[in-house]
Design a protein around this ligand. Sequence first.
Ligand code: CTP
Ligand code: MG
Length: 415
Amino acid sequence: MAARAVVVVAAGSGTRLGIGTAKAFVPVAGERMLVRALRTVLTLGEPTLVVVVAPSDRMDECRALVADVAGAAAAFTSVVPGGADRHASVQAGLAVLPDSVETVLVHDAARCLTPASQFERVFAAVAGGSVDGPAQGGVGVVPALPVTDTVKRVAGDVVVETVDRSALVGVQTPQGFPLAALRRAYAVAERAETDDAGVFQAAGGVVRTVPGDADAFKITTRWDLGRAEAVVAERAAARTLDGRAGSDVPVGSDVRVGLGVDVHAFDPAVPCRVGMLDFPGEPGLSGHSDGDAVAHAVCDALLSAGGLGDIGSRFGTADPVFAGAAGDVFVRGAVALLQGAGLEPVRVTVQVIGNHPRIGARRDEMQDALATAVGAPVAVSGTTTDGLGFTGRGEGLCAIATAVVRSAGAVAPAL
Ligand code: CTP
Ligand code: MG
């Protein structure tokens, strides 16, 4: 049985869209929102249970639709009737999941163009978050985008003040949580919230953000519907261009590879931080920042894949702002720059070369910590150089990373 699940809420009436039919059944460029959302969910790598929360008066139609889209994966799907508001619909979806599910993502069918990578990013962050999250319950994860408009607080039509937007983000779905903790949060919720992170946080849970995706916007109004149709048309055009170029990469994808290398000398006077983990008692690495050669190599590989320069030119390693900065800051910064260029990480590998610290026993932990920052899987390996060279003499540590990135949303299947 799958250890992870996605609840797709599709029971809303779509009042603001004003088409007079349940929103999830409204077509976007000829295909219903729910079908588009499900297609993406059904491409996720690992076995994933899918619960569709449907309008209670359209259960049969919804069951048929889900069976049709899921095909051979139908055994992993179920359809349940929704409630009076989103909060109640999510609860109905959570109720039917088996207790063996560890991680659940809750997704709005109305965000039907959300790329598969966003689901994987949220799954990875929930899994990674439990490492340093609170001992009980783990962390909740929401995809978020910076707010770009100037934001004002108003009383009626009078502006009261400008709100500092640097501390604001807009959040999307899917939102991910450890199932048991989310169920507990819903069980004690005193009022309906507009998203699951709100419920989780009201119950005392910690919620973290990962980068969102512009294509994961929610279709609420007619204007949004037009925007969604334009996105679908753009994706179709990109596919046609790829086809014309005779490319042998999968249709609609735009894959790029990057390389990053970093070296730091050992300095026994500083704490040892490698691959975003602390290694107490081990000699540290000298450097302007925390000397985390692994994080820096990953950062450079990501930047290189995007043709975005390197860590020194992007984050000014001489800049006092970055003095003592944790490797995390550089990796997240590289992911944000990629995102700004319309790219997203797919996978990263990094090899740690040196006599110490030993990676083997903490490989999983390191992979999780790095994956949380990258928003995609990271594979870590370690080696020595048989006593040769500066690594062999124990003078320093080297890390070599590769990164694969692609156009954000390039492989979403719902075309
Ligand atoms: N939703 C749900 N059950 C409800 C209300 C909403 O499952 N009782 C789902 C919607 O289907 C949608 C998501 O929650 O996928 C986000 O809700 P929203 O965008 O507000 O959709 P609607 O409630 O359908 O739209 P409106 O508020 O305009 O009526
Ligand atoms: Mg609504």
